[in-house]
Ligand binder design. Structure first.
Ligand SMILES: C[S@@+](CC[C@H](N)C(=O)[O-])C[C@H]1O[C@@H](n2cnc3c(N)ncnc32)[C@H](O)[C@@H]1O
Length: 187
């Protein structure tokens, strides 16, 4: 595990509460991208307190959802709010790099690449394609995140920015979206 990821596991998210990420509305951009495609299944890597599942429920998503979260405290909040598991959703407490990821059509990875460097990030994206069998991957982070993953260009790769619709100092986020035709570019 990289030093920064270890720090994340042991201190940062365990100790801090990012209240602006608590509101389901904070996930509006990601949720609307998901709804535009309407996949049968979503995997949310870095699910924090479960706000994306909350937003998907609010806007009538009908498929299944799995959240994977490395930090126990925010995950416990998600499980208290929504339950650990039912036929529609599941929350898994794990470092997403260390488990075999479950199948999903659409994978979203939000606020996670702050903590992995470029080659490790690319290897993780390749693992996501391979293990989940997904057709779409949406990665988003605060705009100041310098991860080299965001420099990727090619067919099936879309870049953009969006503003979180909740009050926060770091509202501007960037994203990179891969469709299945980008798969070969990420090794
Ligand atoms: C800042 S929050 C972002 C929450 C939400 N996904 C978003 O984009 O607004 C990032 C979350 O990713 C989690 N995380 C970081 N590295 C992870 C890993 N390797 N596996 C699973 N979760 C991870 C953190 O613990 C944290 O809860």
């Amino acid at each position: 595990m990289s030093k920064r990821a270890a720090t994340y596991r042991n201190w940062n998210v365990e100790a801090r509460v990012y209240t602006y990420l608590d509101a389901p509305e904070s996930q509006e951009f990601v949720a609307s991208r998901i709804m535009a495609i309407n996949p049968a299944s979503v995997l949310d890597i870095g699910s924090y307190r479960g706000a994306l599942w909350g937003r998907l429920l609010q806007i009538g998503y009908r498929g299944t959802y799995t959240g994977v979260e490395i930090a126990g405290k925010p995950l416990a909040v998600a499980m208290t709010r929504y339950g650990h598991y039912d036929a529609r959703h599941d929350f898994i407490h794990a470092d997403a790099r260390e488990i075999r990821l479950p199948p999903a059509e659409f994978v979203t990875i939000g606020g996670v690449f702050w903590y992995f460097d470029g080659p490790e990030a690319r290897a993780f994206i390749a693992k996501v394609w391979e293990e989940t069998g997904c057709k779409w991957i949406l990665v988003s982070d605060p705009e100041r995140c310098k991860n080299d993953l965001y420099k990727m260009e090619g067919p099936g790769i879309e870049h953009g920015t969006f503003v979180m619709p909740v009050e926060t100092r770091n509202a501007s986020r960037k994203y990179i979206f891969f469709d299945a035709s980008a798969k070969e570019a990420v090794h």
